[in-house]
Design a protein around this ligand. Structure first.
Ligand code: SF4
Length: 411
């Protein structure tokens, strides 16, 4: 059964002082603490593997930022052979369908100002490299009106300063959806600004991911920390109750991730899957109820497309009818993507869908660091700082991290 976590994060109004937070951070990077946890992981892993009858035990780090921690700090190199950490679909830029990128490119070239997060600026659409305009970055080079912003509020401020029609490209998971919903509900979006709502929900894609791993199941989940601040730890109860998979909501320091792995192995060895909130300094059981209400007031849950994957039931957000005036689909007469019209939308040879579902590693893709690099991304997983391919390219997943660990004498 799932457990309601105890901890400081559950106390309403609790805010640690800055100095306390600094102490916590330095503790979470402590070498001796890391060594002690890794030692325990190595002791528990064979027991857990015997108990579940699977070697290696597959643990998914759902969130792109966890994949960053795992790869940046060489955590895979510290794991015993019984443990395999695979990346998950927690990178919103990686899974945003090419269709919407194409729509934004077209609008920008037709004189509509496109406001985008920096992460989505280089995101390739469905165009062919060298022949078509593939990204908003290339659209701007070709004369399109594209502005990189930090938030929808920046776009609102800029739209108010002139009469130019504009569209904000709203991508992201539950973490960014409240920021999009809030000005819409407050009625402060100016008439010359529309929003293309491509927000996606994480629990449905986690379910989908488990189905794709049926033959070689995922045995543990490191649940996303940022998303959980909004949806609450309770959102992952189904993982334990319906799939029997140990689940730990974790923070993003190396010790957070190692503790999550240790907890998963402990539960597997005991044969007692539970939901544990290791990140109670930021995540509560209920999450941010105000933000959840804001999303619900603004949007309805719909079936939605994920790049390279297709439509996943009830995994996206769409503006409710009463807010259709801000909806770019409505304002610009753009046809919504439907399951019948969706086409496989990764560039030829790109294995991004398998990478985001944890079926393939970035290094399994023959284009990794050849045709596809962080400077010249060919597929969507090489664009964002949360994309598994970009993380592996920058921090040496697939070998380099292990070399560095060996040279430091920690392997
Ligand atoms: S390396 Fe590039 S082409 Fe290959 S899967 Fe990753 S993003 Fe796609």
């Amino acid at each position: 059964m799932a457990e309601q976590p105890a901890g400081m994060g559950g106390v309403p109004g609790y805010r640690p002082e800055a100095s306390v937070l600094r102490d916590i951070e330095s503790m979470l990077r402590s070498r001796s603490l890391v060594e002690r946890i890794v030692e325990k992981i190595k002791r528990l892993a064979p027991l857990a593997a015997r108990r579940v009858g699977q070697t290696p035990i597959k643990i998914m780090d759902f969130c792109g930022t966890h994949e960053y921690t795992v790869t940046h700090y060489g955590i895979r190199s510290l794991m015993p052979p019984e443990v395999e950490i695979v990346a998950g679909p927690g990178c919103p830029v990686c899974i945003t369908p090419a269709y919407y990128v194409d729509v934004m490119i077209k609008l920008s070239l037709e004189g509509v100002r496109v406001y985008t997060y920096g992460d989505a600026y280089k995101l390739p659409g469905s165009g062919r490299r060298g022949r078509d305009i593939r990204s908003l970055e290339e659209a701007r080079a070709a004369g399109g009106d594209v502005v990189v912003v930090y938030s929808v509020l920046d776009a609102i401020k800029m739209a108010r300063e002139d009469d130019k029609p504009g569209v904000f490209f709203a991508v992201g998971f539950e973490t960014t959806a409240p920021a999009t919903a809030s000005p819409v509900v407050a009625g402060i979006v100016p008439k010359n600004l529309a929003i293309l709502n491509v927000h996606r929900l994480t629990p449905p894609i986690m379910r989908y991911t488990f189905e794709t791993h049926r033959d070689n199941p995922i045995r543990g989940v490191i649940a996303p920390g940022h998303v959980s601040t909004i949806v609450g730890a309770k959102a992952w109860r189904f993982v334990v109750e319906e799939y029997g998979i140990p689940t730990v909501v974790a923070g993003f320091e190396p010790v957070d991730v190692l503790l999550a792995i240790l907890e998963i192995l402990r539960q597997l060895a005991e044969g007692k899957p539970r939901l544990v909130n290791e990140y109670s300094r930021a995540v509560t059981w209920e999450g941010n109820v105000k933000a959840q209400r804001m999303i619900e007031e603004c949007c309805e849950v719909v079936d939605a497309a994920w790049r390279g994957i297709g439509f996943v039931p009830r995994s996206g957000l769409a503006f409710r009818d009463k807010y259709r005036e801000v909806d770019a689909l409505h304002q610009y007469g753009i046809k919504e993507l439907t399951p019948e019209e969706w086409r496989y939308d990764l560039p030829p040879g790109c294995r991004c869908a398998e990478v985001t579902l944890g079926i393939a590693k970035p290094t399994d893709c023959p284009l990794f660091m050849k045709t596809c690099t962080p400077g010249t991304p060919y597929g969507p997983c090489m664009v964002s700082s949360e994309g598994a391919c970009a993380v592996w390219a920058r921090f040496g997943g697939g070998g380099l991290a292990e070399e560095i660990a060996r040279s430091l004498g920690i392997m």
